[in-house]
Design a protein. Structure first.
Length: 287
């Protein structure tokens, strides 16, 4: 990125900090790397492509990318100062963040899923960035890496908090997504897709909504208290209950029709949701 855009080279082989301003223009063809990237940028023109589609940029937006993902940056120009922090995954070896960073689902978010910061939130992130920047430019000693990683860890924790606020504040948009998710799920069950494709995956439903699986799951969790897979299971068990009230098919046939190849898995899931085995549930209607 630095060489291609005539930007200063990083001072550390596994860590780079780039301050950006209105004079900088970034233009990168598709590439992959072994780096995590955290960016705070107010984009005036251009776009970042990560995953399937373009990131949604508004004032104070942050983006997060992870290693070995295809990224493209085209004609990016900026309204005001921002930063890009790149971090090689090997820099985390021996630190708790090496494992912890895997749980931050926003590294898997894609289209229309950037983090939009309120002014006070942006100030918090900038303050942490300044601390990292100061340590990055200081002469390295035995404390440098720990201080830098502590700052990165703080950014990630605040980002997680701010994303939850974003889900809540965008409740109308989130509510529409939940409604559309349920609509698509019911259509999948009713239109024969279960017979053709088996159990619906979170990825398939997310693709139909044009969002990433991780973003969909996190949004649903905030809105409904349940994950995407839990909601899929509930919908399938509700459909199973309707079918079990009829005499025309056995429990195993109904389970197979709903996409369950494993009868014991279907029985366990059914009991978890209803408190009864499917055989007992069916029997009560035909005694």
């Amino acid at each position: 990125m630095a060489v291609a855009n005539n930007l200063p080279l990083p001072e550390h082989p596994m860590l780079g900090l780039l301050r950006i301003n209105r004079e900088i223009k970034i233009n990168n063809a598709e590439y992959t790397s072994d780096f995590y990237m955290i960016g705070l940028k107010k984009v005036k023109t251009g776009y970042v492509l990560y995953g399937r589609t373009k990131f949604d940029h508004e004032t104070g937006s942050m983006i997060f990318t992870k290693p070995r993902q295809v990224i493209e940056m085209r004609n990016l120009e900026f309204e005001e100062d921002g930063y890009i922090l790149v971090l090689h995954e090997d820099f985390l070896i021996g630190h708790s963040l090496h494992e912890d960073i895997q749980r931050y689902s926003f590294f898997d978010y894609e289209t229309n899923e950037a983090l939009h910061l309120a002014p006070k939130e942006e100030k918090i992130i900038w303050n942490i960035f300044h601390t990292i920047e100061q340590e990055y430019k200081n002469t390295e000693d035995e404390f440098s890496k720990e201080i830098i990683l502590a700052g990165i860890n703080s950014i990630l924790k605040y980002a997680e908090r701010f994303y939850k606020r974003q889900f809540i504040n965008r409740k109308q948009l989130s509510g529409k997504t939940v409604t559309e998710f349920n609509k698509i799920l019911q259509q999948y069950i009713k239109d024969g897709s279960l017979d053709d494709k088996g159990l619906p995956s979170v990825g398939d439903l997310a693709n139909r909504l044009n969002i990433s699986s991780r973003y969909l799951t996190d949004l649903l969790k905030v809105e409904t208290g349940k994950t995407a897979i839990e909601l899929i299971h509930i919908a399938l068990i509700n459909e199973a209950k309707n079918r079990l009230r009829k005499k025309d098919k056995t429990v195993s046939e109904i389970a197979f029709d709903l996409g369950f190849e494993n009868m014991s898995y279907f029985s366990r899931l059914f009991k978890k949701e209803t408190g009864m085995l499917p055989t007992s549930y069916k029997k009560q209607f035909f005694e």
